[in-house]
Design a protein around this ligand. Structure first.
Ligand SMILES: Cc1cc2nc3c(=O)[nH]c(=O)nc-3n(C[C@H](O)[C@H](O)[C@H](O)COP(=O)(O)O)c2cc1C
Length: 399
């Protein structure tokens, strides 16, 4: 099987991605506690690039100077040089892989259980948020990244402005138009800084999966507006909101992954494969009907090349986002292209990786040999540890 669509190139503005496989952003826990690049972090992305992925969105890099343990930083100029070294190291590993970075502004949380809300920002704080994104974007360009993804999904600041749970009563809350005001200001200011030729994408939630959270009723017009503004891709994710998270144990910060919404971002093994394609599809239809050809990325438990090709063939998305599947087997793309799909070590959606992130440990995969920080090379099914959650999900559904 050739997987012709999956291995066809696609353009983001003037940038050509060699194939349709995008490694979506994944916090790795491999940065230092204060957010600096480490040799382990470089090695993780190099390993993934060697496996033939067309584009990588480097993990959410923080744009504000507040403390956020082990999250990569792009919040001051001293970060630029080490990020440039990261980009160069990955280019050395595979010059074809295009490198992007996700930039993120987060709402602060405390061990006491307190978490910041969008209503806590004073009007004079909002231009600072815009400026922090702009400065981070300039650093990303200076570091040599091929593209930027603005994080407007999950539990973070811009997504929280978009949500109906945004309780502001000024021009930044209330109607969808008002709730989109700050995200649009960020998009436009970053676009102004990076210029018309630089690829700038956005990640949004197709659905928040919380009461009064974003649903397709809102995410479709949000995507249409982003397309109208000239976004170069729209990556459709879901969930990971705090609103339905259970109260954390004493002296532990709230965990956005602990409620139902949290379980939707990286769907566990009990969800159907291709969990979020049904969100990307109508969003794509919405922007196409409005006359925009902006590529749409779908991610969420896409396990096999056959499934990925099927999504593209059916016109439900333009790029296939793989996160855990590529962590588990970074050689997924070369194996698929080389007619060796049966050799792919399949992600079983056990979410060991996600849980290690919640525990603030280095993110790794339960199928790798114990103690490793990367998949071995070569990497074969018969060397993989059995799935943490049972035999039935180890086999590919289309085998
Ligand atoms: C450990 C871990 C960290 C993640 N970090 C991010 C992140 O920084 N930004 C983001 O947008 N999504 C993040 N995600 C979500 C993934 O990008 C992806 O959307 C999700 O896991 C579903 O795709 P998958 O089934 O291929 O893993 C993370 C997921 C995991 C498992």
């Amino acid at each position: 099987m050739g997987y012709e669509k999956l291995f066809s190139p696609i353009k983001l503005r003037n940038l050509t991605l060699p194939n349709r496989i995008m490694r979506t952003s994944m916090v790795s826990g491999l940065a230092t506690e204060d957010g600096h690049v480490t040799p382990e972090l470089k090695a993780r992305y190099q390993r993934e690039a060697r496996g033939g992925v067309g584009s990588i969105v480097v993990e959410a890099a923080v744009v504000l100077p507040s403390r956020s343990s082990y999250n990569l930083r792009i919040s001051d100029d001293s970060c630029t040089e080490e990020l440039r070294e990261l980009v160069e190291a990955v280019r050395e590993a595979n010059p074809q892989t295009r490198m992007g970075i996700q930039i993120m502004h987060f709402l602060k949380i405390a061990k006491s259980g307190w978490r910041q809300k969008v209503t806590d920002f004073k009007p004079e704080d909002l231009p600072v948020i815009v400026e922090q994104h702009v400065a981070a974007a300039r650093r990303a360009v200076a570091a040599g990244f091929d593209f930027i993804e603005l994080h407007m999904a999950h539990a973070y600041t811009l997504s929280s402005f978009l949500s109906l749970t945004n309780g502001r009563t000024d021009a930044y809350g209330g109607s969808l138009k008002n709730r989109m005001r700050l995200p649009i200001q960020v998009y436009q200011a970053v676009r102004g800084a990076v210029g018309e030729d630089y690829p700038l994408g956005v990640r949004i939630n197709g659905e928040d999966f919380t009461i009064k959270g974003t649903t397709l009723l809102q995410s479709r017009p949000i995507a249409r507006k982003l397309a109208e503004l000239g976004a170069d891709f729209i990556s459709v994710s879901a969930g990971s909101r705090f609103e339905d998270a259970p109260p954390p144990p004493p002296d532990t910060p709230p965990d956005p992954m602990s409620g139902y919404s949290g379980h939707r971002m990286s769907p566990d093994w009990w969800f159907p494969d291709l969990t979020h394609v049904y969100l990307a599809d109508p969003i794509r239809e919405e922007v196409r009907n409005a006359g925009y050809d902006v590529p749409i990325v779908t991610a969420g438990k896409i396990r096999t090349p056959q499934q990925a090709e099927g999504i593209l063939e059916a016109g439900k998305a333009d790029l296939v986002g793989l996160c855990r599947a590529l962590l588990c087997d970074p050689d997924w793309p070369v194996k698929a292209e080389g007619d060796r799909a049966k050799e792919i070590v399949l992600c079983t959606a056990c979410n060991w990786c996600l849980e290690s992130d919640s525990r603030m440990e280095k993110v790794n995969c339960s199928r790798w040999p114990e103690g490793e920080l990367n998949a071995p090379s070569p990497w074969q099914r018969n060397r993989a540890r059995p799935s943490a959650i049972g035999k039935e999900v180890e086999a590919a559904p289309d085998e």
